[in-house]
Design a protein around this ligand. Structure first.
Ligand SMILES: [Zn+2]
Length: 462
């Protein structure tokens, strides 16, 4: 039973204490960045360099910052339930939160906000004119709210469930676009990592050092990219566009031990978190970031040989070497669909039949930096990593990598295109399959990370 449901609509400031998910996060980020810039992030990790004792970091909570992870972006509705009670806040409105009793199920959908509906003064609304229609099963609609709603579980013993998956922390729901909601998990970074590490590098049969390297890389990645998805009201997405995050069901004991063992440890370059890009399988050599993403150069994201002589560290990957085959008609169709999205010159006209593919420039490692797609309707150039978005696999997935051997259109066998390539992913930074092998050979997490990110150091920030 709701304890004080009607309070949702009543303006009555409860106290100056903000709900747990709405602490001044920007201040925290600034504090992190400024303390890092001042070189104060010193107490260090295994095999790391010692620095001065940390000072001036009082704004960083003892248990680390909160990150906002976009679980569902652009959905029409969602269901949130909790076996314990919840408190719902109209975030930033100055209104006190309202409690709802155990076993509560909340149904939310995007809806227009009535003009006459009162709006909090001076508050930037997520999407003016649109709000979150909140219903309580089986009680019925509680109203449509223009603010972001924050749902806080009353007890950590009973987490929130969003559309069938449970999450630590709190859930924010906001209008993201007309008729669309964004559902965001506000969660401690350390708790977020527990749901990332096992999905990113695995845990069955994976040596602990590889999981610890993954935990430090994922923590650094999240800190580097804080605010990356601000347009959607979050820091990062929960899918492969950022880091794959599966909430509580994804957690494993082994991966959680790796997160706990590396708690607060960040890979840094000149005092700031590194852009810790990583990918599944490099294929024998990683790639410099600016050759994959033109203009994006980082001194620690350089090409490294991921091998000892002929002994490649990621050889055990099923994608170390691969082959992809299309019929010409099939590849033509894929290119006609995806090329215009990547190359403005390909929009509007009839592209006609595919007549050839040509690598115009390759990186020293052999990855294609500039691909020319020859169609009857013209020749079009696609750059670096975006090639994977155009030459999609027959099943619609991205091409495994741009490290492709000979490009050949074979017309003798009824017209087919076959590509042979190496690796899976963009090829920048840590090679996860290589990291697993290096850990198996006895390297520590810092040693693994220093192999892939040259010149970095480590710091413990909380
Ligand atoms: Zn590799």
């Amino acid at each position: 039973m709701p304890l004080d449901a009607d309070l949702l609509a009543i303006a009555a400031p409860e106290s100056r204490r903000p709900p747990a998910g709405s602490f001044p996060f920007l201040l925290l980020v600034l504090a992190i960045v400024s303390s890092a810039a001042a070189g104060e992030s010193g107490s260090v990790v295994p095999a790391g360099r010692s620095g001065p004792p940390p000072t001036g970091r009082s704004a960083i909570p003892h248990d680390g910052p909160v990150v906002r992870i976009g679980l569902l972006v652009g959905v029409p509705d969602c269901t949130i339930r909790c076996e314990g009670g919840v408190r719902i806040w109209r975030r930033g409105s100055g209104l006190r939160g309202s409690r709802f009793g155990p076993g509560v199920t909340l149904r939310m959908r995007a809806a227009r906000v009535e003009d006459r509906q009162s709006r909090p003064r001076g508050q930037a609304l997520p999407l003016p004119g649109w709000g979150v229609r909140l219903s309580l099963a089986p009680r019925g609609a509680l109203g449509t709210f223009p603010e972001e709603l924050l749902i806080e579980p009353l007890s950590s013993a009973h987490p929130l469930w969003v559309d069938g998956c449970s999450y630590r922390g709190e859930i924010l729901v906001r209008a993201g676009a007309p008729e669309r909601l964004n559902v965001i998990n506000a969660v401690r970074l350390e708790d977020y990592l527990r749901g990332v590490v096992p999905l990113e590098i695995g845990s069955e049969g994976v040596a602990p050092a590889a999981m610890r390297a993954q935990a430090i890389a994922a923590r650094s990645y999240a800190l580097f990219y804080l605010g990356r998805r601000a347009a959607a009201g979050c820091d990062l997405f929960a899918g492969p566009d950022d880091q794959v995050y599966g909430g509580i069901p994804a957690e494993t004991d082994a991966a959680t031990r790796a997160v706990v063992a590396t708690r607060g440890i960040v890979a840094v370059w000149e005092g700031l978190p590194i852009r810790a890009n990583y990918c599944s399988t490099c294929g024998g050599a990683t790639e410099s970031s600016d050759r994959v993403w033109p203009g994006e150069s980082y001194p620690y994201l350089r090409a490294v040989r991921d091998r000892d002589g002929d002994d490649c560290f990621c050889e055990a990957s099923r994608y170390f070497r691969w082959k992809e085959r299309w019929s010409c008609a099939q590849l033509q169709q894929i290119i006609r669909e995806h090329l215009p999205r990547e190359v403005p010159a390909a929009r509007g006209g009839d592209l006609g039949a595919l007549t050839g593919l040509k690598a115009k420039r390759r990186s020293p490692s052999g990855r294609i930096e500039l691909l020319e797609i020859q169609m009857e309707g013209g020749r079009f150039r696609v750059r670096a990593d975006r090639i994977r978005w155009v030459l999609r696999r027959p099943d619609g997935g991205l091409l495994r990598s741009t490290w492709i051997g000979k490009l050949q259109v074979d017309r003798d066998t009824g017209c087919h295109v076959t590509l042979e390539g190496a690796g899976y992913g963009h090829g920048v930074g840590m090679c996860q399959m290589g990291a697993r092998e290096l850990a198996r050979r006895g390297l520590s997490a810092p040693q693994i990370l220093r192999h892939y990110y040259r010149g970095i150091t480590f710091a413990r920030w909380w």
